[in-house]
Design a protein around this ligand. Structure first.
Ligand code: 13P
Ligand code: SF4
Length: 302
């Protein structure tokens, strides 16, 4: 293992590569990251790094966003098959249809979408900035794609806007049920419940705090409380425990496992650095069109 990490560090330096890692990727990979964070932080960092090559340890849509925001850089994925199923749940035709029926609608696209979907959207959002970005939009009518749970969570904070929802979902967060939260609360009555907004409304209602992966980690770190039930993917436990060795973090007890994020391992990182492949490629017209909503998000969330 020591050898592999040394090899990775050496290749990284020789090949001028920065390593970006999402919080859901295995802790061993988070440990070798130059930057680790939520999807908003990683897309901002991607615009600031000086290296010519970005090695992305996460799922496809994250690498695509890094490429779209940095077309002159090479973006390499640690694992070509790590893909978020939600990113493929909405179609261009569905968006066109809603636009036809509602010409004044703003299409708000959760970053967990393909480049083709971003290219036909008005603005992108992540879980950490969705409320702020939608609030700052001049349009009153919003078509929120694809995550139904995040869309409904945002709509609740912004009663002045009118929402049309898509029916996309994250299978990992959707499989955390209110019963799981109730059982975890019974087992740990003193613990606060921290939840990702991709969870269902009944889970959110049982929560003390709702936020993105980074926001959950920040909340637990700054809180005076020392026990927490975590309702999101298990990868966040690594950073939670690193930052708060004296605090206790409990699983909500049900499948907090994203099989795609977990495809990224140190072996994959080593292979990707050796081959400097697979590259992220986005057709030029799609890239240019998708850059607009992503850049608009960065402006509106600033
Ligand atoms: P964050 O934006 O909180 O990092 O979440 C990304 C994601 O894939 C959630 O399932
Ligand atoms: Fe996609 Fe859900 Fe995995 Fe996030 S946790 S990458 S939304 S499947």
């Amino acid at each position: 293992m020591e050898n592999r990490i040394e090899k990775i560090k050496k290749m990284q330096k020789e090949k001028d590569v920065v390593i970006l890692v999402h919080y859901y990727v295995d802790g061993a990979v988070q440990e070798i990251a130059d930057y680790v964070g939520d999807s908003f932080y990683l897309s901002k960092v991607a615009t600031q790094v000086t290296q010519q090559n970005i090695l992305f340890c996460g799922v496809s849509f994250m690498g695509e966003s890094a490429k779209i925001l940095n077309p002159e850089k090479n973006v390499v994925m640690a694992d070509a098959h790590a893909d978020c199923p939600m990113a493929h749940m909405v179609t261009v035709e569905q968006i066109e249809q809603v636009r036809k029926e509602n010409p004044d609608v703003a299409v708000v696209c959760y970053v967990n979408s393909t480049a083709e979907i971003k290219a036909v959207s008005d603005v992108c959002v992540t879980s950490s900035n969705a409320v702020k970005v939608v609030k700052n939009l001049p349009e009153q009518n919003i078509f929120f794609v694809p995550d139904n749970n995040l869309g409904r969570y945002v709509a609740k904070q912004l009663p002045e806007k009118h929402f049309i929802f898509h029916d996309g979902f994250c299978h990992v967060h959707k499989s955390i049920h209110a019963e799981n939260v109730k059982a975890a609360k019974e087992a740990h009555p003193e613990a606060l419940v921290l939840t990702h907004p991709e969870c269902t409304e009944d889970v959110i209602e049982l929560s003390d705090f709702v936020g993105s992966t980074s926001e959950i980690i920040d909340y637990a770190t700054k809180s005076d409380a020392d026990r927490f039930i975590i309702c999101t993917e298990m990868g966040v436990f690594f950073e939670l425990q690193q930052k708060n060795p004296e605090k206790k973090f409990y699983s909500v007890g049900h499948r907090q496992f994203c099989p795609n994020m977990k495809k990224v391992t140190l072996e994959r990182v080593e292979e990707a650095l050796e081959k400097m492949q697979p590259y992220v490629e986005v057709p030029q017209d799609v890239l240019e069109a998708a850059a607009k909503p992503l850049k608009r998000m960065l402006e509106l969330a600033a």
